[in-house]
Design a protein around this ligand. Structure first.
Ligand code: HEC
Ligand code: HEC
Ligand code: HEC
Ligand code: HEC
Ligand code: HEC
Length: 227
């Protein structure tokens, strides 16, 4: 069950991760081969079950996992880049990160980031979804609030600003696929860094803090920053 969901999630990925697949090998073929291996018994499969976003043990979820965020029908289409969205959206105005050494300043949280902040800014209840208003709010360090000036920039354009020498190109453009996901609506125009560039809300890789790459040796950071 869980494995099937992960495979569907993976197949459903569209152009936002195309950069990871520039090797010339047809993507579907690679995925089909991988599926065969993943179906072999005994291979561990990470995923949402038991992750911080598995709400199935909370009474208000009706024992489901996806429902707090997605619905197959009557989803919220008022926000761009929202996949079959079911959760109430934040209306907050945010203070964004700013510093004199930035090449380009972040925008107000765009679609994909706003989805996260609809729980993580602490203004909308976790259990406000499917048209019902809940009462369970996020707390502690997971509550980022409306002031993002103390957080890594998000909804910021990737203009290759930190890339000044060649080794970096390979981090994303050649060789084995890297795990980070960039957002480029429609497949052209600006490339955006969002919360989900660093985090996988579905916890596919089973890395602590739902990260897409390990923080061992600050590998995640070094994908983008030559330091
Ligand atoms: C805590 C909220 C949350 C839960 C729970 C959740 N998702 Fe998502 N999902 C998101 C967000 C946010 C995005 C868009 C950002 C992204 O693609 O990373 C997304 C994107 C998707 C996408 C399209 C992009 C992709 O990654 O393939 C699919 C398909 C999807 N979710 C399926 C599911 C299924 C199936 C479940 C339940 C097993 C689930 N999600 C549970 C928040 C959630
Ligand atoms: C997906 C690429 C990406 C990843 C991963 C990433 N960053 Fe960034 N980071 C950026 C971009 C783009 C900016 C904005 C830089 C600019 O416009 O000058 C930025 C800005 C910053 C800044 C502020 C720079 C300034 O001039 O004020 C710091 C500090 C920073 N990142 C540290 C980190 C650390 C630490 C990590 C790992 C936890 C990390 N970054 C991971 C892309 C990334
Ligand atoms: C439906 C509400 C909801 C949405 C939407 C949501 N989260 Fe969460 N998230 C939670 C809750 C609840 C927790 C657990 C908080 C706690 O442990 O106090 C959590 C925890 C996390 C954690 C910490 C994980 C850990 O293991 O400590 C990260 C990282 C995170 N979320 C990132 C995201 C990102 C990125 C998005 C959007 C792509 C997102 N979340 C969307 C509710 C949500
Ligand atoms: C952190 C990841 C990352 C690194 C490192 C990186 N790129 Fe990119 N690059 C991207 C993404 C994402 C795109 C847009 C998606 C696509 O075109 O498939 C892109 C697109 C491009 C494009 C097409 C221009 C456009 O806007 O579509 C060129 C050219 C390019 N990169 C050159 C480079 C070069 C040269 C380097 C090394 C100096 C480099 N990149 C390093 C992520 C990266
Ligand atoms: C540049 C990469 C990057 C981006 C973008 C990013 N995060 Fe994180 N986030 C991290 C890392 C790395 C950690 C783990 C830090 C640690 O363990 O000290 C983390 C931790 C968290 C945690 C857990 C806090 C804790 O201390 O346990 C939450 C919740 C979270 N992020 C939510 C978000 C949300 C929501 C967004 C978008 C508004 C976002 N993140 C954007 C890299 C990122």
């Amino acid at each position: 069950m869980n494995m099937r969901i992960r495979f569907i999630l993976w197949l459903a990925k569209t152009q936002k991760d195309d950069v990871m697949w520039k090797s010339g090998v047809p993507r579907l073929a690679v995925r089909m081969v991988a599926l065969v291996f993943l179906c072999l018994p005994g291979i561990a499969w990470a995923g949402m079950v038991g992750s911080a976003h598995d709400f199935s043990a909370s009474g208000w979820s009706g024992g489901e996992i996806c429902v707090a965020c997605h619905t197959p029908h009557n989803s919220d289409t008022t926000i761009a880049e929202a996949p079959l969205w079911n959760h109430e959206l934040t209306n907050a105005t945010f203070t964004v990160y700013n510093s004199p050494t930035m090449d380009v300043l972040p925008q107000q949280p765009r679609g994909p980031t706003k989805l996260c902040l609809s729980c993580h800014d602490g203004t909308i209840a976790i259990d406000s979804f499917g048209g019902t208003t809940g009462a369970t709010f996020i707390s502690g360090v997971a509550n980022l609030g409306n002031d993002l000036s103390d957080d890594h920039p998000v909804s910021v354009e990737w203009i290759h600003q930190t890339v000044d020498t060649s080794p970096f190109c390979a981090n994303c453009h050649f060789g084995p696929p890297r795990e980070l996901v960039f957002f480029r609506p429609g497949g052209s125009g600006p490339i955006w860094i969002e919360c989900a560039t660093c985090h996988d809300v579905h916890d596919a890789a089973n890395i602590p803090k739902l990260l897409r790459r390990t923080m061992a040796g600050s590998e995640l950071c070094k994908t983008c920053h030559e330091k």
